[in-house]
Write a protein that binds this ligand. Sequence first.
Ligand code: NDP
Length: 365
Amino acid sequence: MLLHILNHIMLSRTFLLVLFICVGGVQEGARTPAGLINKYEVNGLQCWIITHVLWVANAQYFHWFSPTIIIDNWIPLLWCTNILGYAVSTLAFIKAYLFPTNPEDCKFTGNIFYNYMMGIEFNPRIGKWFDFKLFFNGRPGIVAWTLINLSYAAKHQQHMFSVLIHIAIYVLDFFWNEAWYLKTIDICHDHFGWYLGWGDCVWLPFLYTLQGLYLVYNPIQLSTPHAAGVLILGLVGYYIFRSTNHQKDLFRRTEGNCKIWGKKPTFIECSYRSADGGIHKSKLMTSGFWGVARHMNYTGDLMGSLAYCLACGGEHLLPYFYIVYMTILLVHRCIRDEHRCSNKYSKDWVRYTAAVPYRLLPNIF
Ligand code: NDP
């Protein structure tokens, strides 16, 4: 029996080690407007695990610093991250004029303010691998998201459980599927400026953790039905979010040679022209969640976000800032993305919107 348990532990350790080394690797991003395909070093999960193992090791064994260090230095950290956010955005702005990574993918609008805010370079890099978008979007802010909540929990442990669970699932999902992230709008379509640089360094870590901060000062005890409702809403939202993203990723990776909900997916064949004049083919899926509405991944995300807020009870509006912000962000993002897709695919996009007429909720929007 003991041998069996030891064997089991060794096997799971080996499994974890193999997993640790194998997850990620070098992955290709989507084609840029100028027709380039960038390669990315995907190692977010490893970064997240190392950071959190060190955090827990410090909190439990080493005691080099207090685990409440983040909440105890909230205001100084807000200053520091602001300096970092503006420094990164300014560096990206200057770099675009002096030494752009791919000059043919730069977008100069003639409005210097817009250029600074929305970015000029598409994929600014230093050296071969340090990619501004992947690093700033996928490291400081998102790794800190769970760390900050752990620091809040260290200050006031009792009532953080539901918030921590929701965040941990969301953040771990992001890193587990980091290769998928290379095919999202942030990486495929946005240029890197203040919007992403400052947003990733300041907005994300400070605003996305307001629920945890609220609970430190306003601890609440949820009733069992309330807690169960929050958990169910969060899990259903997560299921829709993950499945929708997975379906698109699978469909695009296999070029439609896969099964969605047990059947071969249906799709609309599209063509588009890149900035270098080349004509390319693409497919827009009309099966699975992509046949229910055009952005069910946003719907699932919003359900999860609402659950995250509801975990703070109903006594104050502050924790609900997140769902209000996410609704504005994702509705605006949906409209912005559809405008871009409409320009990209023109009459093929019209055929697609006729086949899947609703954006987020069937028969409503
Ligand atoms: P999507 O992953 O939905 O990507 C949209 C792109 O997918 C379109 O531009 C188009 O690109 C392609 N596409 C659209 N319709 C189809 C279709 N039917 N079949 C195949 N491809 C299609 O958007 P995002 O990158 O915005 O979102 C990714 C995830 O990240 C979402 O789940 C979202 O909720 C989440 N998110 C979370 C945020 C947060 O702050 N928590 C912020 C932003 C996003 P193409 O040009 O290649 O055809």
